[in-house]
Design a protein. Sequence first.
Lengths: 183, 352, 243
Amino acid sequence: MEKKIIVCGSGGQGVLFSGVVLAWGAIEAGKHTTCFPSYGAEIRGGSSMSTVIISDEPIGSPVAESLDGLIALNELGYHRYIKKLLPGGIVVVNSSIAKVKADDRNFFEIPASELADRELGNILSANMVMIGYYIKKSGALSLDAVKSACEKLKYKKSAIELNKNALEVGYNYENKTSKGKRR
Amino acid sequence: MEKKTLMKGNIAIAQGAIDGGLDAYFGYPITPQNEIPEFMSKKLPEINKVFIQAESELASINMVMGSAVAGFRSMTSSSSPGISLMQEGLSYLCGCELPCLIVNVQRGGPGLGNISGSQADYFQTVKGGGHGDYRLIAFAPDSVQEMYDFSLLSFELSEKYRNPVMILTDGVLGQMMEPIVVAIHEPRATSHEPRATKNWALDGCAGRKPRLIRSLLMVEGELEKHNWHLNRKYDDITKSEVKYEIVGHKDADVFIVAYGIVARICKSVIKDAGSKVGLIRPITLWPFPSEIISEIASPGKKKFLTVEMNLGQMVEDVKLSVNGKSPVEFLGRPGGGLVTAEEILQKLKGML
Amino acid sequence: MKKIFSRPESLKDTPHLYCPGCGHGIIHRLIAEVIDELGVREKTIGVAPVGCAVFAYDYFNFDVTEAPHGRPPAVATGIKRVLPDRVVFTYQGDGDLAAIGTAEIIHAAARSENITVIFVNNANYGMTGGQMAPTTLIGQKTSTTPEGRIENCHGLPIKVSELMAIFDGVSYIERTAVNTPKNILRTRKAIKMAFEAQIENKGLSLVEILSQCPVEWHMNPVVSAKWLDEEMLKFYPLGVIKG
C-alpha cells in the first residue's frame, strides 16, 4: 500500500499542520511515512503545500509527481495540483472557499470552513475537518490513528480536543448532493 | 518495536548534536536551515549551553574556532552561500587541528541561487573550498535518522582525529519529516569531561606550561613537517573511517553511485529495476569509498551511473576510482532540480 | 641583594623581533606587567592578530591562540562564552580591527562581550610593507598613498575609540600612546582599568594605543616619537573616551 497525498491551501490555513497530523497518524498506524512542506515567501496569503506519503515500504523521494490524494483547502491549490491526480485518486475540496465542480466519482466536496465555524466555533479547524473527511473517503488511515496523532503534537489540551473534534466532524460528514457538474 | 517520533531533518541534526554533547552553537540565519539556529536558541539555554546568533557566517565559524580552541564541543550550520564565507575558517580549523561540526544544508547555486535542495557543494566540501592541503571528514546522510545519528557521533570522531567533521545534506532532507528513533543518552553532567581528555586546549595555564594554537609556521621546514603530519592523519582516517552502503547484488551489471537524497530516491528505483542494478552509496564523501568501487569495476562486465543534483562533481571521483576499467555515465539535475525515480529508470533502460 | 625589577612572569625570555623603536615591545611588556599584578596569568587566554604582532604568542607566557585576520573578537567571544571566568583579550592592529575586522569588533561590542581589546594604532599596515590603513592621516605618505592620503580618493581616517563609544555594551575606552615615558605610564594604567572592567563583568573594554612605527614611517625612532606627538595627537586625542 502506498498513498501519495498533497494537502494544499493558502498560508495560515494550517496546511503544514495537517500534513504533520497525517504523518503522525501513519506512525500510529505502524506505516512508513514522509512529510515534505513547501511554501512561498509570504507569511500569510501565499500558497502552502505539504506532500505526505504513507507506505508499507521504505519511501524514496518525499516529493510526488503523481498523487493518490489531494486535499484542497482553497481553489488556487486545487487548480495547481489537480493535474497530478492519478486515475482512481481521491480529491477532497473545501467547498466553503473553493467553487469547483467535477463529475468524477472520486471528487468530494465538504463545506469545511462553515462546518468548523458552526460546529466547532473556530473557523481555523477547517483543516482538521478536511483531514477527517479525507481519511473516511480514502480509507488511508483510521480515525483513531489521526486522533492519536493529535496527542503527539504537544499542544494545549483545549487545542488537542478541538482538533480531535474537528476530525470527527469531517469523518462523520455526509454529502447530501449526489452528483456534481463538469470540472 | 522501538518508539518512533516524527522529526524534521533540520531538527534531527540539532537534536542529535545536543544528544551528542554539544557545548556551543554559533550560527546565522539562512534558508533552508533556519530551524537549526531557532531550535538551538530555545534548547541550549535550557541546558546551560552556549548559543549565539552571530553577525555573519564569517563570525560564526570564528566563534566555533574560539570555543574549539578552549576544548569545547562546537558547531555551526549554514547553507551553501554561507558555507562559502566559512572557507577561510575551515582552512584555519584544519591547520590548527581543531575538532568541531559544520553542517551544510545545500541549496541551489551558484551565487544566491534558490532555496531548494541541491548537491552542488561536493567539490567545495571534499576538494577544499579553502586554501591549502586539508581534508574535512564529510558525511552524507540519506534519511532523517542518519541526520540525527551522524550529528550525534560527529563530536567523538572529530575529537579522535582533531579535525573538523562536515555533514553535507540538502534542503530536501532538511525540510522533510519522517519517523526516527531517538537515542537514549546520559545527559552530560558537566562540561569538564571532554576537556579532561584534551592535552592541547587553551583554558588557562594553571598547573601546566602555557600552550599555543596556531597554523602559522615560518621556521624553515616546519610547515612542511606539519603538512606531512596532517597527511599521516588523513591516511589514518582513510584506512579506518570509510563508510558506504551497497544495495542489491554485487554481480549486478549496472551500479548507480549516489549519495544523500539522490541515493534515497535510487533505492526505490532499485526495487523496480530488478537484479541487474545495484547501488553504491558513499556515506563518507571523504574519505571516499574508492576501494570498493575499484573492486566492483570490471572491464566488459560492469557499468557505472553516477546520479547527482549538480552538473557533475562526484562523478569525477567515481571515474578516478574506476580508473578506466568500466564506463561511467552521468545523470544530473542542477540548480535545485530534484531528480525523479522515472528519470533514473529511463536512463538505466538505456544502459542495460 | 633585593630584586626590585625583573621580566614579568607573563613575558617569555624570548628576544623580540619588533623593529627598533616600535611600540609593540613596550605594549607587550605593559600587558604582561598588568596581568602579573592582577594575578591572572594562569587564567588568561590571548588572541593574536595578523599583523606585526602575529608572533605575540612567542612572547606572552600564557595560553594564546592564532585567529584569522580580523576575527579575534569572534574567536574571543567563542572562548569567553564557554569559559566565562577566564580573562580573554585580543591584541589587534589597525588592519585587523579597523579594516577587515570591523564587523567582528562592532558586534562583540553590541553583544557586550566581556573581553578586553588592545588596539594598536600606528596609522599604517606595518607587516605587509607600510600600506595605507583606515587610520592613516590625511596627507600621510604610505606605500599605497605615495602622494599622501587624499580625502576624495582615499576617504577619511577612522576614529575607532569614538566609534566604539556609541555602544552601550562597551564600558571602558581610553586612547593612550607609548611615545613618551608619561604616556607609557598612562597606558599601563589604562590597560589595568580595561582588564579590571572585564574581571568586574562590565562589558567590552578597549584601549587604543597610538604607537610609533619608525621603519614604515621612514623616520628614526626619536623622530617617530615626535611625529606621533605633533601629527597623530592632532587627530587622535588622548584620554578616557568612555568609562
